[in-house]
Design a protein around this ligand. Structure first.
Ligand code: SAM
Length: 285
């Protein structure tokens, strides 16, 4: 038996479920599912199946269906249970609740009512894809699903164009070719990755610039669940001449180190590279 029966404090417990492989569930998630007074889920059948796989008994508990559009009734019922001192566990169909999934309204209402809200965290497709994409991870922006219509999709991509981090999108296999074409048109031919069927049998990562990914897709269409990741815009090319003249100006009132830092920041360049140039210029007087 992998789960423990524990006494849970009254409150709302968001529970992450696997995004593919059932054994990716955490032991704590199983404990919460085994021990909560009340169970609620976006998809009652998939939670029942997951509990069955892991041998977690329902012990007479019914699973209440809840998503953010269930209407106030289902939300009020869950909050009443918490107010009455019960522990309520909520799971979405796959991955972390609230991440392109229901739970936000429930979370906000429970916090506003002053209830304890906590989470048994676990798999997220976006973070799993980021780990595998081969793109920078120092900063990233989760953009969820893009609009279906091309004009609206392009407008959204324009809003995202200048974000200084890796962009992460959820995609459907039906729409991915059209989205890649729009991305290449609006964002330019940036490095990108298509990650599909993560943690499942046919897991695959295709790493290539956007236009190559689009061309490759025409030859080898994809099925299954997809995360698309796109590198940030590269700093505009700066001519050596501009760099030299900016450094000259900065060196008039600053140390070599500070001048290099100012100019590096201005052009989004590595400090070390600019420092070497500044040093050289300072030496030459
Ligand atoms: N809550 C989930 C999470 O934490 O990632 C996301 C749910 S959202 C409704 C479903 C979308 O997530 C899919 O259309 C796909 O874009 C992405 N996704 C979910 N599981 C995936 C997987 N195993 N591989 C690739 N993408 C996945």
């Amino acid at each position: 038996m992998n789960h423990l029966n524990v006494k849970l404090a009254p409150g709302l417990y968001f529970v992450a479920t696997p995004i593919g492989t059932a054994r990716d569930i955490t032991l704590r998630a199983l404990d919460v599912l085994a021990s909560a007074d009340v169970l609620a889920a976006e998809d009652t059948r998939s939670l029942r199946k997951l509990m069955e796989i892991h041998g977690v008994p329902l012990t007479g508990r019914r699973i209440i269906a809840y998503h953010d559009h269930s209407g106030g009734g289902a939300q009020a019922k869950l909050l009443e249970e918490v107010a009455a001192g019960k522990s309520v566990a909520y799971a979405s169909e796959a991955g972390m609740p609230l991440i392109a999934d229901p739970g936000f309204e429930l979370s906000r209402a429970a916090a506003e009512a002053g209830h304890m809200v906590t989470c048994a965290p676990g798999p997220v497709a976006a973070a799993t894809a980021l780990t595998l994409a081969g793109l920078p991870t120092d900063a990233f922006f989760f953009a969820g699903f893009l609009p279906n219509a091309s004009a609206a999709r392009k407008r959204r991509l324009e809003e995202l164009r200048e974000i200084p981090g890796t962009l992460i999108f959820y995609e459907s296999p039906k729409r991915v070719a059209a989205s890649l074409a729009d991305m290449a048109a609006v964002l330019g031919n940036r490095p990108a990755a298509l990650c599909r069927e993560l943690t499942k049998k046919f897991e695959e990562i295709r790493r290539a610039p956007l236009a190559d990914l689009a061309a490759n897709l025409a030859e080898q269409p994809v099925k299954g669940e997809i995360v698309l990741l796109v590198d940030r815009a590269q700093a505009a090319e700066v001519s050596e001449r501009d760099l030299q003249s900016d450094l000259q100006a900065a060196l008039q009132d600053n140390s070599v180190k500070d001048a290099a830092a100012i100019v590096a920041e201005l052009h989004g360049l590595p400090r070390r590279k600019v420092y070497q140039l500044a040093l050289q210029q300072a030496k030459e007087g």
